[in-house]
Design a protein around this ligand. Sequence first.
Ligand SMILES: Cc1cc2nc3c(=O)[nH]c(=O)nc-3n(C[C@H](O)[C@H](O)[C@H](O)COP(=O)(O)OP(=O)(O)OC[C@H]3O[C@@H](n4cnc5c(N)ncnc54)[C@H](O)[C@@H]3O)c2cc1C
Length: 158
Amino acid sequence: MHRPFSVTTAAGVRIDADLWFRCYGVVPLSDMLHGELAAARRPDGHVEVDEHLRVAGASNVFAVGDVTAVPEPKRSKAASEHAAVVAANIRALAAGRPAEQTYRPGEDAVLVPLGSTGGASQVPGPEGPMVLGAAETVRYKGDDLLLGRFAELFGTSA
Ligand SMILES: Cc1cc2nc3c(=O)[nH]c(=O)nc-3n(C[C@H](O)[C@H](O)[C@H](O)COP(=O)(O)OP(=O)(O)OC[C@H]3O[C@@H](n4cnc5c(N)ncnc54)[C@H](O)[C@@H]3O)c2cc1C
């Protein structure tokens, strides 16, 4: 909804804003899992993993991203960090070593670009979360929406 509105939170705090996004949460698609993998599926669809991101009860199957039951906000930043841990662990298994890398959720950050020149962000700071303005948001994300970073990762030109 794009018009001024007000809400009052359960704690009685009134919030006035100009734009309202209705959000319905995330429902993981994991009902395709069968056999031993199905046992790792929670009732809400998230898949239980250990600290190496191995699917619970399966020593050589890993899960990354939103589908994992890791208690953290479901974001692409987390999914990318899962991928790095899992890639290292698969390399270790392939070399005959045990899975070595563990995953711990990082601090939360939200970058909200508005076009290629605007936006705002909330990132971890030395004394808790801090807000960044448009210039920093553009520099971190809005300028190319991270295409450059992923082009470098996959060895393609942006
Ligand atoms: C509107 C919106 C805005 C977002 N904005 C941000 C943001 O600004 N920053 C941020 O960090 N994160 C953001 N996120 C979250 C981010 O998109 C997810 O955390 C991220 O995409 C998770 O990656 P994933 O690979 O786990 O899942 P997905 O990206 O959902 O990929 C799962 C893939 O599996 C496919 N699939 C499903 N079932 C099957 C099947 N049976 N067989 C084969 N393929 C299947 C799906 O089609 C999909 O392509 C946003 C999400 C939404 C919905």
